[in-house]
Design a protein around this ligand. Sequence first.
Ligand SMILES: C[S@@+](CC[C@H](N)C(=O)[O-])C[C@H]1O[C@@H](n2cnc3c(N)ncnc32)[C@H](O)[C@@H]1O
Length: 293
Amino acid sequence: MTFKRMIGRISRTMQRTGSATHPCPGLGAEPIPDLLRLACEIEALAPNFAVQILGTLKRGLEPDASEFDHYLAAEALCTAVYPKYKFSEYARLLLEDDEFLAYYARIMDPGNWHSLDRKYTLRELLKLLAHLGGDVAECGVYKGASAYLMCRALESSPALVHLFDSFEGLAEPLPIDGPYWQRGALTTSEDVLHDTLREFANYRVYKGWIPERFAEVADRSFRLVHIDVDLYEPTLASLTFFYPRLLAGGIALLDDYGFKTCPGAKWAADEFFAAKPERIAMLPTGQAFVIKR
Ligand SMILES: C[S@@+](CC[C@H](N)C(=O)[O-])C[C@H]1O[C@@H](n2cnc3c(N)ncnc32)[C@H](O)[C@@H]1O
């Protein structure tokens, strides 16, 4: 029996017993509760899968379901509503790292887990570079979530973290940057950054439009530069300045390279490295990195 017929039957019973609530579009004047109307609407949208979708949701919510059951239910729901998205493997240890999850939840906007994997990648790459010495730089700092990891990684060394941001968000995007970003997006204040980094003394902030203040670190060398400015012009300017100052074995980590929302950032990196000996490796997180020879 379809939901619609089932609802029709329930509605008639409700009318007889006087327990009616709201009318359901498509079912005439018959009144039905919101939940049944929702089921009816889901069936109209996915006639072949409605029962399966709701059954999966129910299984996923059952209190005695195992973690694996929850995972399978979440994957099935995701596949039903967004088949393009490919659920990744069960039981990743990243999701068991309570300390890392707590750091992320503390600094990022509530409910926004979108860059968890990218932050984790940054933290792990910083570990690999500890033997190199040299400073770390970030172009595009925002509220300091990635800067926090850099300060933590360098806290027992004499090296410094150099942080460059307009604190006025993005400049005017070029046509090459596509339609996603607008001038002023991602604006925050320097005070928010200092608050995020309040437990550290090993960082310097350079407020201004990239590359205006790069000259102030011209005599430093770097183990890592994190470039996270979303657009073509500041990505190219950041690579142009920092690449020659990276130590051999150091890394340029490009946060925006693998996102179709940031075509200009990818274009800038491809253009910059076209004539260089290094190759760009893109990660499934959307980041890309280059190891300096
Ligand atoms: C995506 S946010 C950075 C996020 C940060 N790296 C993190 O992981 O938390 C991008 C930042 O780049 C800055 N930005 C973008 N274009 C810039 C430019 N031309 N000059 C200076 N800052 C810029 C913005 O102000 C914004 O804070």
